[in-house]
Design a protein around this ligand. Structure first.
Ligand code: FES
Ligand code: FE
Length: 376
């Protein structure tokens, strides 16, 4: 007698197959067609506040320098010397006085990227200093961050980045109330996650796991224990539990609400995903912004910033209870992603897994990815 497989239920939808999380060739295509083609959030602009300060960041397969010019402007360049290709800066961040000098043959580039000096340059009068200058990268500033795009012809920043947030919040003015660009960095924690970047995104996009792994978060936001992610509904903010006074690890009171937060948004948590790899969390008194950098098919760097009113940071007020809440959430989430990564190469997952109804919006992310990869 032949066993009959149960009929597929329409409440279950398929996920991506396991190879999407393990195949190095597919990872390279993602670097090219996603991270090197879209706007990526790379650094806080106040990290590079002084003229001559720079930060080195990874964008797709490229090393990029974000540099503050002597004119106060922020620019980005590929971190590659135009002479014979040496990496210009190997430090993660730093400060120069006037030029970025290549450690190999000492070509020097101005903070605007132009070639300004090189040994024997006087004997090469025909050298075009701009054409042989550093290769510029498109840069925009928003929410106090530098966003760069490696594409020759970048997609619309307003549609892809600003639009992603305003569409999720359901009101173009909503993000302005938080005045994120004015906020100051209270804490930054870096995580090195042994999982494919898409596992981290998918985890952030759903809350089916919240009741299982986030006890502190569901104490503050009880509706999360029902599995609905705040970001699956346009304009919806998850309400704080009765008796909870702030978005802190023990529900104790935080700081006064940011000045632009009206009554509707007080006591609520909002979240938005900005593709490909930024997560924005908004609560009345602070903002948490996570940026992911895919480092390998099974490894993702995450930089998480907790942002507060500048007065809170300047006064050295204790932010540890609010930091601790989302730090625990991050640790719980990343442990789940790391638990899942090995399964992606198991034959059990060769055809993928399934999405339950509260996860069905993840299928849109999968469709989006497939279309970026040219898979229709
Ligand atoms: Fe940079 Fe030669 S490679 S100066
Ligand atoms: Fe989570």
């Amino acid at each position: 007698m032949t066993a009959t497989l149960p009929a597929p239920s329409s409440s279950l939808m398929p996920t991506l197959a396991g190879r999407y999380y393990t195949d190095p060739a597919l990872f390279t295509r993602e670097q090219e067609l996603v991270f090197e083609a879209m706007w990526c959030c790379v650094a806080r602009t106040d990290e590079v506040a002084a003229p001559g300060s720079f930060r080195r960041v990874q964008v797709g397969r490229e090393s990029v320098l974000v540099v503050r010019g002597r004119d106060g402007g922020l620019r980005a360049f590929l971190n590659v010397c135009r002479h014979r290709g040496a990496q210009l800066c190997s430090e993660e961040s730093g400060q120069v006085t006037r030029t970025l000098r290549c450690p190999y043959h000492a070509w020097s580039f101005g903070l605007d990227g132009a070639l300004v000096a090189a040994p024997n340059l006087a004997r090469m009068p025909d050298v075009d200093r701009v054409a042989n200058g550093l290769v510029p990268v498109h840069l925009r500033e928003w929410l106090g961050y530098a966003w760069v795009c490696l594409a020759d012809d970048p997609p619309s920043f307003e549609d892809d980045v600003v639009g992603a947030v305003t569409e999720r919040l359901g009101d173009p003015a909503a993000i302005e109330g938080y005045d994120v660009g004015r906020l100051a960095l209270g804490r930054r924690i870096r995580y090195d996650v042994a999982a494919n970047w898409k596992l981290v995104v998918e985890n952030f996009m759903e809350c089916y796991h919240c009741a299982t792994i986030h006890p502190e978060l569901t104490d503050v936001l009880p509706e999360f224990s029902r599995g609905h992610a705040a970001q699956s509904f346009v304009g919806h903010g998850a309400e704080f539990a009765a008796g909870v006074d702030g978005f802190t690890v023990d529900g104790s009171v935080g700081f006064p609400a940011l000045p632009g937060i009206d009554q509707d948004r007080d006591r609520r948590y909002y979240a938005a995903t900005i593709k490909p790899a930024v997560f924005l969390n908004l609560v009345p008194d602070h903002v948490i912004l996570l940026r992911m950098t895919p480092l390998a098919v099974d490894r993702t760097g995450v930089e998480c910033d907790w942002l507060y009113a500048p007065e809170v940071v300047a006064a050295g007020l204790d932010v540890s209870r609010s930091v601790e809440l989302f730090h625990r959430v991050n640790q719980q989430d990343f442990a789940a992603c790391e638990r899942t990564q090995p399964g992606m190469s198991s034959r059990a997952y060769a055809a993928g897994g399934v999405l339950v109804p509260v996860e069905h919006h993840l299928a849109l992310f999968h469709d989006w990815l497939r279309s970026r990869l040219g898979e229709g």
